[in-house]
Design a binder for this molecule. Structure first.
Ligand code: C2E
Ligand code: MG
Ligand code: MG
Length: 682
């Protein structure tokens, strides 16, 4: 802090003495031997305290200090002079131009103390000025009340917040702001806090002059005098109306879905908890419906998110129309909605609600230029049969929903205990499969294929088996689907492909060097971005001739994303790998479409082959397929040939190759080699 003391006296010896006196006080000292010189110094220096002689030749001390006051109004000005000058100075003291009159000759300690006090005074006025600035300009309301709680002063912010002018409240008690929102106990607690701790802080509702009730954050401090009795209460408060509004808005946002404005997952969870607690007390039943729009992803992907959002909004509106009093409809995210029915008598009542939902969704939706039909799959779980906690109920509704989707969508399914068993089973299989992949439990079996014309074995299909430690040999139907859902199909598929190639190369080296191995790829593998690299890598690693490797794909795999599929198929084809279409006849594709795809082989599904000798239709179909396939230059394999009659039929109608139990079941590598040894070479 700057502490400059200006000393003015026309007698050099006095100035000297004063400088010596204040030398050790740490002030910044300025000296002048006349009023004029003092003013010159003041033009370039800011001073806080001036100590001046009165009687000087051109300008008296009083005259000088009056000018100093103009320059530095906050400065503390004192005269140091003989007693004889007292009358000349008194007037100036009264006018406020001079703070104090000090006498010559002086007492050293007293003079030092007086100057120190002058600097303190300067500091105080500065702080006071700052305080009153704050008092005047702060946005917080301030009330100063006396020991009897009568209001003595209020600041402008008080008037802005409450609407009362100072003169309307001064002399009254703050009770005139009471809203009536708080009970006696509230104020009693406030007063006891003030008595005990000297302050109170908290939220309080007060009333403006207009009558409007508003929330404020209030801080009251008790000021006590040196004897310890209350002299003042100072209350500082801010209007938190806006803050509260924001809080409410945030709370609303936290509990609602931004798009549809419906309750969100969080609020649904809390409502569900309340519902359960209530149902527990009253012994009532409750139900939750978990809904998922069918093929919504398709809308989003093809029409864009904008349209997707519009559709969701429209669906939400229609679902709202099915609500009964007390029901909660929530959006859980994406295209998933939940309906909470807190009071249910029986399943008929649930079915009635579902019927209403389904009916409401039947009319197509108009989104932009498009008319869209929306169906939903619904899974239902009920309290208390299907669960007594929100987690359980939601999980089970989800299992039921999953089943509804599996069942072909646009349907609703009630949860059953069997579903949990299935879900548990899936988790067990998933974990065991992870282990199986690294512990050699996965084996590859080989089922031979025979050319009808010369009865030679041309190759074999690699079929995966899981040699489970306790369940024995497990077929692909029991674990491929789970492997697909969990992503384990990728490492599993690689393992099979690698082993099949390795084994085939070994047989090639042993002399059966024209054997072709066929490996199945599932849709998930086919869509995996790493597929091409994985195949390339395995070809290099095992050294198999790509022409002796064939990949089997079902129609649906290829049809799923036809354009992208063609790319990949062509890439494989260019490497020399053969492509077979598996289970032909069970999908939707037409032969004429398939001819655009680079397949070499068509495998007629066993369901047709099974019936060729007994069912006229199947026979006709198989004949047609063979004929058309040959027209497209495709080799035809008949799957699942079990009887000689079937083989005779197929030979008669020019089928190229057969595969089936008639020839052999899928065999271990050892068994397959024995079979090869027992037959003529290809
Ligand atoms: P798929 O590719 O159509 O394989 C033919 C299925 O028919 C095999 O069943 C085979 O054992 C069975 N089969 C063969 N001949 C006859 C017969 O004369 N009569 C009867 N009733 N069935 C016969 P499997 O091994 O249970 O495989 C089932 C399906 O699992 C396969 O159908 C294939 O789609 C899939 N799969 C098998 N191995 C793999 C694999 O390594 N990866 C992938 N992604 N899928 C595989
Ligand atoms: Mg196959
Ligand atoms: Mg097949």
């Amino acid at each position: 802090m700057n502490r400059t003391l200006l000393l003015v006296d026309d007698e050099a010896s006095i100035l000297h003495a004063l400088v010596r006196l204040f030398h050790s006080e740490g002030y910044n000292l300025l000296t002048a031997n006349s009023g004029e010189e003092a003013l010159r110094l003041l033009a370039n220096n800011e001073v806080q305290v001036v100590l001046s002689d009165q009687r000087m030749p051109q300008m008296t001390g009083v005259e000088l200090l009056a000018k100093v006051k103009d320059l530095y109004p906050d400065s503390v000005r004192m005269v140091l002079s003989g007693y004889a000058e007292i009358t000349a100075v008194t007037d100036a003291v009264n006018k406020g131009n001079i703070y104090k009159f000090l006498f010559k000759p002086w007492d050293n300690d007293l003079l030092r103390a007086n100057v120190r006090e002058a600097f303190d005074r300067f500091d105080l006025t500065q702080q006071g000025a700052q305080f009153s600035k704050i008092y005047e300009n702060t946005v917080e309301g301030i009330i100063i009340a006396d020991h009897g709680t009568l209001i003595r002063a209020v600041n402008p912010a008080f008037s802005i917040i409450t609407g009362y002018a100072p003169e309307e409240v001064i002399g009254k008690t703050p009770a005139l702001l009471k809203s009536g929102n708080h009970d006696k106990a509230f104020y009693q607690e406030m007063w006891s806090a003030l008595e005990q701790h000297g302050k109170w802080t908290g939220e309080i509702w007060n009333k403006r002059k207009s009558g409007e009730i508003y929330p404020e954050w209030l801080n009251i401090t008790v000021i006590r005098d040196s004897q310890g009795s209350v002299s003042q209460y100072v209350a500082l408060f801010s209007d938190i109306t806006e803050h509260k509004r924001n809080e409410e808005r945030l709370r609303y946002q936290a509990y609602h879905d931004g798009l549809t404005d419906l309750p969100n997952r969080l609020m649904f969870g809390e409502n569900l908890e309340l519902t359960i607690a209530q149902a527990e007390r009253t012994g009532q039943q409750a139900a939750i419906l978990l809904m998922d729009l069918d093929h919504f992803k398709f809308v989003n992907d093809t029409l864009g998110h904008d349209h997707g959002d519009k559709l969701l909004l429209a669906v939400a509106e229609r679902l709202k129309a099915t609500l009964r009093k007390g029901d909660t409809l929530a959006r859980m995210g994406g295209d998933e909605f939940t309906l909470l029915l807190p009071q249910i008598k029986d399943t008929d009542e649930i079915a009635a609600v579902i019927k209403k939902i389904v009916t409401n969704l039947t009319t197509p939706f108009r989104v932009g230029d498009d008319e869209l039909t929306v169906t939903a799959s619904i899974g239902i779980s009920s309290y208390p049969q299907d669960g007594t906690t929100p987690e359980e109920l939601l999980k089970n509704a989800d299992s039921a929903l999953y089943q509804a989707k599996e069942a072909g969508r646009n349907t609703y399914i009630f949860f059953t205990a069997a579903m949990t068993a299935r879900a548990k089973e899936r988790i067990v299989v998933e974990n065991e499969l992870r282990h199986a992949l690294s512990s050699g439990e996965i084996e590859v079996f080989y089922q031979p294929k025979m050319r009808i014309r010369d009865q030679r074995i041309t190759g074999m299909e690699a079929l995966v088996r899981w040699n489970h430690p306790s369940r024995g040999l497990v077929g692909p139907k029991d674990f491929i689907a789970i492997a697909e859902e969990t992503g384990q199909i990728i490492p599993l598929g690689k393992l099979v492909l690698e082993e099949a190639c390795r084994q085939t190369v070994e047989w090639h080296r042993q002399g059966w060097d024209k054997l072709r191995v066929a490996v199945n790829l599932s849709a998930y593998q086919f869509r995996d971005e790493g597929l091409f690299d994985a195949i390339t890598h395995i070809l290099e690693q095992t050294g198999i001739d790509p022409h002796l490797l064939e990949i089997e794909l079902t129609e649906s795999v290829v049809m799923h994303d036809a354009e992208a599929s063609i790319e990949l198929l062509l890439m494989l084809k260019r490497m020399g790998i053969g492509l077979a279409i598996d289970d032909f006849g069970t999908g939707y594709s037409s032969l004429s479409y398939l001819k655009r795809l680079p397949f070499d082989t068509l495998k007629v599904d066993q369901s047709f082959v099974r019936d060729v000798t007994t069912d006229h239709h199947s026979a006709e179909l198989v004949r047609t397929i063979i004929g058309m396939a040959h027209g497209f230059k495709l080799e035809v394999i008949a799957e699942g040939v079990e009887t000689q009659e079937q083989l005779d039929f197929l030979r008669k109608h020019d089928c190229d190759v057969i595969q089936g139990y008639l020839l052999a079941k899928p065999l271990t590598a050892r068994e397959f080699k024995l079979l090869l040894g027992a037959r003529p070479e290809p």
